[in-house]
Write a protein that binds this ligand. Structure first.
Ligand SMILES: Cc1ncc(C[n+]2csc(CCOP(=O)(O)OP(=O)(O)O)c2C)c(N)n1
Ligand code: SF4
Ligand SMILES: [Mg+2]
Length: 248
């Protein structure tokens, strides 16, 4: 008897290398479902970051290119301009997008590149053992802020989505979360809309996903979901920042 398929066609039948309770696997699955539903498995190209999801090409069953740290938006620009009929997206963590890659992402938005970014904000550098990221919250303990992020010394977290929504070339920005099923469904809806906006050729679209890093937050998977609710959502705020009325 054929094995029942429990995951999207666009996701390979593999066990994630991610830690228990990590959001990366959830977001991969959402992206896989959206690609299946839009029937674009053969015409989508992902750009992988540097960070814990550097090898997401091991899981995505479609073309993925690995970019140098922070450079996914620049690589995506080249790919999209050469293959304008393909759906091109970058998948980037907060260290990758909001620190070393800040310049690339701002200019992609300013140029209105017709591509999509999925921004995984877990408020920390996950892969390299939990250093402070630009998105680390005030008072948050990390390996480089062992007594908590002191805004007077370390500065304030960057609200990337708000900043990118200001760029004229950006047409759609939404901040979503993965802390429960209802919000995972909303996240999927936002990602699907972002891809459809790209199909319609309207401009740059971005979905920021508030995500967990139980290992470096030193919390259990369940407590990590609650940490998003108690700490991340009050600072970052969920919802649409641009393009709410676009019908695609
Ligand atoms: C040019 C360069 N600088 C620094 C690093 C080290 N490095 C690897 S991943 C990473 C940060 C990853 O954090 P994030 O993008 O938030 O991804 P996460 O692991 O949290 O998903 C850093 C600084 C590198 N690989 N290359
Ligand atoms: S270190 Fe954090 S971001 Fe990386 S796989 Fe583990 S939980 Fe996920
Ligand atoms: Mg991170």
């Amino acid at each position: 008897m054929a094995k029942e398929r429990l995951h999207p066609k666009s996701i390979k039948d593999k066990v994630w290398h991610y830690c228990p309770g990590c959001s990366h696997g959830i977001v991969h699955r959402i992206i896989g479902e959206v690609i299946d539903e839009l029937d674009i498995q053969g015409s989508v190209i992902g750009i992988a970051p540097v960070g814990c999801s550097y090898n997401n090409y091991e899981y995505f069953d479609f073309d993925v290119i690995q970019a140098a740290h922070g450079r996914a938006p620049a690589v995506a620009t080249g790919v999209k301009r050469v293959l304008p009929n393909h759906i091109v997206f970058t998948y980037q963590g907060d260290g990758d997008l909001a620190a070393i890659g800040t310049a690339e992402i701002i200019h992609v938005a300013a140029r209105g590149e017709k591509l999509t970014t999925i921004f995984i904000n877990n408020a920390i550098y996950g892969m390299t053992s939990g250093q402070m990221a630009p998105t680390t919250l005030p008072q948050q303990i990390t390996t480089t802020t062992p007594t908590g992020r002191d805004t007077a010394y370390h500065g304030y977290p960057i609200r990337i989505s708000e900043m990118l929504a200001l760029q004229e070339g950006t047409v759609f920005v939404e901040r979503v979360s993965t802390h429960d099923v209802k919000h995972i469904r909303q996240a999927k809806k936002a990602i699907k809309k972002a891809f459809k906006i790209q199909q319609a050729g309207l401009g740059f679209s971005l979905v920021e996903v508030l995500s967990t890093c139980p290992t470096n937050w030193q919390l259990s998977p369940v407590d990590s979901q609650q940490w998003i609710v108690d700490n991340m959502i009050p600072y970052y705020g969920l919802g649409n920042l641009k393009g709410k009325d676009i019908k695609v």
